[in-house]
Design a binder for this molecule. Structure first.
Ligand code: GTP
Ligand code: MG
Length: 197
């Protein structure tokens, strides 16, 4: 899919204020600093559409971006960031949970995981929660530029082994690097296919 236009629509912490259109949407979620906002910039080819930072906790709201005037990309705050206060963590969790539970336009969630790390309980638990709530998701491995191909393969095998303990099949997954623009076409073509155009 070619990206002809990408524009910021709205940021908010209240799911009821998200765009009311019925356009299909795709949400990016994962631990703080995993590279959600960078991936959105890479996919859209717009350097600073979504705000990124070396410090975890940059994205704090639900951010909608309108792509090609006919679908939405959604940048979400990261989970599992130890340095945000307990009360703000609760608020985050609440609106993220509400987002996934209430947003009927959501076609699929992309759960981002850093390819360098062993499978983390918080990510596995989040995938479990999506599954239990009937929310389709794919996994996006990020920061593939940081590992050699063999190490990437080993890490994916480790992921598969753990996921197949709970899931019948390995969820659909993608290997990406925002800094090297790896995986862009594969993810965009997948979205195009789900959009049915
Ligand atoms: P929060 O909004 O804080 O939850 O973070 P995020 O998941 O949106 O991460 P963000 O895109 O802000 O990126 C976090 C850091 O990782 C930044 O310093 C990015 O430059 C870096 N980063 C993101 N993607 C990649 C990648 O593919 N390769 C490398 N090497 N660094 C990356
Ligand atoms: Mg972000």
């Amino acid at each position: 899919m070619k990206i002809k236009s990408a524009e910021f629509v709205v940021s908010n912490s209240d799911v009821s204020k998200c765009p009311k259109t019925r356009l299909p949407e795709y949400a990016f979620i994962g631990r703080s600093n995993v590279g959600k906002s960078s991936l959105i910039n890479m996919l859209t080819g717009r350097k600073s559409l979504a705000k990124t930072s070396g410090k975890p906790g940059k994205t704090q709201l639900i951010n909608h971006f309108l792509i090609n005037k006919n679908w939405h990309l959604v940048d979400l705050p990261g989970y599992g960031y130890a340095r945000v206060s307990k009360s703000s963590k609760k608020v985050f969790q609440k609106f993220i949970t509400q987002y996934f539970s209430l947003r009927e336009q959501l076609i699929t969630a992309f759960v981002l995981v850093d390819i360098r790390h062993e499978p983390q309980p918080i990510d596995l638990e989040f995938m479990q929660w999506l599954g239990e709530n009937g929310i389709p998701f794919s996994i996006i491995f990020t920061k593939a530029d940081k590992l050699k191909p063999k190490a990437i393969e080993n890490h994916i095998e480790a992921y598969k082994a753990i996921l197949l303990e709970t899931w019948e099949d390995m969820p659909n997954y993608f290997i990406t690097s925002s800094s090297k623009s790896i995986g862009k076409d594969t993810v965009l073509d997948y979205i195009e296919q789900l959009n049915g155009n």
